[in-house]
Write a protein that binds this ligand. Structure first.
Ligand code: 15L
Length: 277
């Protein structure tokens, strides 16, 4: 159990009504009972013991009011897949800026930012990469996640906020297909990473891969391991299920070459040999 001082800290969780938010809220509630949930819409399954404050990320005054008095923020809000430029600009670029800026003004000490594998989606699957590589976004959505990581570096270096960016693969009870065998993360392992971001004394600015202990991983997550991450989930345990699901999907000649999958092949007009590093 966390220390009493941690239990009394105000921690704000944006995107609480979203897919990941819904999966990890019960786990976070056990660790951080005072957690303040936020989103544009109220989570459908909100329990009486939970605190919810509505806020639209595109409105700085609403974001400022929800983060007022906060010690830490889990920023999972925004648009979670590819979208039109207008959608991405508002929810993920302006929204993310508002969040970091409101946090700075409120004296927030730590932010955990839900980045995504789509910030590096154009790396080929045959290449194992660390967190120090140049970003290669596969979509407007991926660009917005790279932007969020950059904002995190800026607010860490310039204002001393301890920022942890989690390049999340795919969260769920099990990997959905063969690509997800390489990038899957269980909700429990994700919460372990969040806990590092909220509590580890050495965090200044970190980029960590949000992945379980996957034998087919494309990512070197040694920095997370150095900070104490010990993932329990193993995607290989679900290989038969993932392969059966993959058989229903069929081939994607471009997407199958790159880590970002269909995010790479969508709207693709290049020659596949000229894409990616
Ligand atoms: C993501 O970043 C999305 O939020 C999620 O919906 C999945 O598409 C995931 O990536 C993935 O790559 O599987």
């Amino acid at each position: 159990m966390p220390e009493a001082s941690e239990r009394s800290r105000r921690i704000v969780f944006t995107g609480a009504a979203g897919g990941i938010g819904t999966m990890i809220r019960p786990l976070l509630a056990e660790l951080y009972p005072g957690l303040v949930l936020s989103d544009r819409v109220t989570p459908q399954d909100l329990r009486p013991a939970e605190t919810f404050v509505a806020a639209d990320l595109t409105k700085l005054d609403e974001v400022a009011s929800v983060v007022k008095g906060a010690d830490s923020i889990l920023h999972f809000g925004g648009h979670s897949v590819e979208g039109s430029w207008d959608t991405i600009l508002n929810a993920n670029i302006i929204g993310c800026y508002n969040l970091f800026e409101a946090a700075r003004q409120a004296g927030v000490k730590r932010i955990v930012f839900a980045s995504s594998n789509h910030a590096i989606g154009f790396y080929p699957r045959r290449k194992k990469i660390g967190t120090d590589v140049t970003v290669r976004p596969d979509s407007r959505y991926g660009v917005s996640k790279a932007f969020g990581e950059s904002l995190g570096a800026l607010y860490s270096d310039k204002h001393g906020i301890a920022v942890t960016c989690l390049r999340i693969g795919n969260v769920g009870p099990r990997p959905l297909d063969v690509r997800r065998l390489s990038i899957w993360i269980s909700p429990e392992d994700l919460v372990q990473l969040i806990r590092i971001g909220l509590e580890h004394p050495k965090v200044r600015f970190e980029i960590l891969y949000g992945a379980s202990d996957n034998a087919a991983s494309w990512w070197d997550n040694s920095r997370a391991m150095k900070l104490g991450y010990r993932p329990a989930g193993k995607a290989e345990a679900f290989r038969a299920h993932a392969e059966a699901e993959q058989a229903k999907i069929g081939r994607d000649p471009v997407g199958d070459l790159f880590q970002g999958g269909t995010f790479c092949s969508a709207e693709f007009t290049n020659d596949a040999k000229r894409a990616g590093p």
